[in-house]
Ligand binder design. Structure first.
Ligand code: PLP
Length: 371
C-alpha cells in the first residue's frame, strides 16, 4: 500500500524543536512564558495587528470574543452557515441563539443579500460571526457596510485564512475581533491552539484575566468573576513561533497545489474549482471544487476512489442549518440555498504541503479516471 496522503497534515520547518528545546532548558513548560508573549508579538507583526491573546484553541477565542461583546442568555448572533461547527458552538456556550446566513456563489462566503434579509427580521443581533472559508476572505466591505449600518460588531473567524489578504489588508484584522486557529491541519499549527486579535489593550487585559481563571489582584486566590482555563502553553507557543517563520513557504506550496489542480482539470467541463476572488489573495489552505449540475459523478465517488488508494479527501463542510443539532434555528438564503448546493456538489482535494509533485499527479490521474 502506498504511504497515506493526508488532506492537510502538519509540516515542521525545524525551528520549532529549537524553541521547544530552549523552553525545556529554561523550564518554561507552563501555560505562560516568554514564547507565549513573543508568539503574540510576532503574529501581530505578521498581520499588522496590535493586540493579540494566545489561547488553547480557536474555539476558545470565539467564546471569549462573544463574552466580551456581552453576548448572553437569549441574544441573537448571526453566523455563516457554511463552516465548521467550531464557528457557532461558542454561541451555545453563552446560551445565545444562532441565526445562520447563507453563502454567495462568487465567494462561497457570507452573502450580503442573505445578511440583509436577516437584519430585516432581526435588527438587533449582538454580533455577526463571519467565516473566511478554506483560506479565502469573505467580501468584507459589503458585510462591514451592513453591520456598520446596524452598529453590530463583527467577529472575523479567520481560523482557516491566516496569511490571506483582502484588499491589501491581512485576514483576521477586519472585525472588532479576529480569530485564528493553530489546530493540526491548519496553515500553521501549534499542535492545538488559537489566538484572538483584540481591538485594544483594555479588551486584551480583560480577556487575559478571564482565560487564566479570573484571578483578582490579591495574594490569596480571589475571584469576583467566572474564570476559564484557556491560556496557550509556552511549548505550543514555541511551536507556533517556529511555524510562523515558514508560513510564506507554506502558502506558496498550497497555491502551487491549487494551480496544478486547476490547470489539470481545466479541460474537464464538469469540474469547477472554488472561485478565487480578485479582491485579494487566499492562503489556499484547501483546494476545493464542485461538480457541475447534471454530471452523474458525485463527490463520494471521488472520495471513495481516492480512499482506495489510501488518499484522504473530504466533503465540503455540511452547513450548520442542515445539522441535526442546529436545524431548528433560523436561516436566511442568498436566493436559492447556495451553501446546501455547494455541500451537495463539493469536495476538498488533498492539499497537504508534504505531498510531492508526483503525488499530486497521481491524485489527478485517479480523479480524471472518474470523468
Ligand atoms: C478550525 C476552525 C475553528 C476553530 O478551531 P480550533 O480547532 O478550536 O482551534 C473555527 N472556525 C473554523 C472555520 C475552523 O475551521
Amino acid at each position: 500500500m502506498n504511504k497515506r496522503i493526508w488532506l492537510s497534515a502538519p509540516a515542521m520547518c525545524g525551528k520549532e524543536i529549537e524553541f521547544i528545546n530552549q523552553a525545556f532548558k529554561e523550564n518554561w513548560v507552563a501555560p505562560l512564558g516568554p514564547d507565549v508573549d513573543a508568539f503574540e508579538d510576532e503574529m501581530c507583526n505578521y498581520i499588522s495587528a496590535k493586540h493579540a491573546v494566545a489561547m488553547t484553541t480557536g474555539t476558545a477565542a470565539i467564546h471569549m470574543a462573544l463574552k466580551y461583546i456581552g453576548v448572553e442568555n437569549g441574544d441573537v448572533v448571526f453566523c455563516s452557515s457554511l463552516t465548521f461547527a467550531a464557528s457557532c458552538n461558542p454561541i451555545m456556550y453563552q446560551n445565545a441563539v444562532p441565526v445562520f446566513i447563507d453563502s454567495e456563489p462568487e465567494t462561497w462566503n457570507m452573502s450580503s443579500v442573505a445578511l440583509q434579509k436577516a437584519f430585516d427580521k432581526y435588527p438587533n443581533p449582538k454580533a455577526v460571526i463571519v467565516v473566511n472559508l478554506y483560506g479565502q476572505s469573505a467580501d468584507m466591505d459589503k458585510i462591514l457596510e451592513i453591520c456598520d449600518n446596524y452598529n453590530v460588531p463583527i467577529i472575523e473567524d479567520a481560523a482557516e485564512s491566516l496569511g490571506a489578504i483582502y484588499k491589501g489588508k491581512a485576514s483576521g484584522t477586519f472585525g472588532k475581533f479576529g480569530v485564528l486557529s493553530f489546530n493540526g491541519n491548519k496553515i500553521i499549527t501549534t499542535s492545538g491552539g488559537g489566538m484572538l486579535i483584540c481591538p485594544d489593550e483594555i479588551s486584551k487585559k480583560r480577556i487575559l484575566k478571564w482565560i487564566t481563571q479570573s484571578r483578582d489582584e490579591a495574594r490569596h486566590y480571589e475571584h469576583s468573576e467566572l474564570g476559564f482555563n484557556y491560556r496557550m502553553s509556552n511549548i505550543c507557543a514555541g511551536i507556533g513561533r517556529g511555524q510562523l517563520t515558514a508560513i510564506g513557504e507554506r502558502i506558496s506550496r498550497k497555491k502551487e497545489i491549487y494551480d496544478t489542480y486547476k490547470k489539470a482539470f481545466s479541460n474537464i467541463n464538469s469540474i469547477e474549482m472554488m472561485p478565487v476572488c480578485d479582491y485579494g489573495e487566499p492562503n489556499y489552505w484547501l483546494s476545493c471544487m464542485t461538480i457541475k449540475v447534471g454530471c452523474k459523478i458525485n463527490p463520494t465517488d471521488i472520495i471513495d476512489a481516492l480512499e482506495k488508494e489510501n488518499i484522504e479527501s473530504r466533503p465540503i463542510w455540511k452547513p450548520m442549518h442542515l445539522q441535526p443539532f442546529y436545524k431548528k434555528y433560523d436561516y436566511f438564503t442568498h436566493d436559492s440555498d447556495v451553501s446546501a448546493d455547494i455541500f451537495e456538489r463539493g469536495l476538498c482535494f488533498p492539499s497537504d504541503v508534504n505531498m510531492t509533485n508526483d503525488d499530486v499527479q497521481r491524485i489527478i490521474e485517479i480523479i480524471r479516471g472518474r470523468f
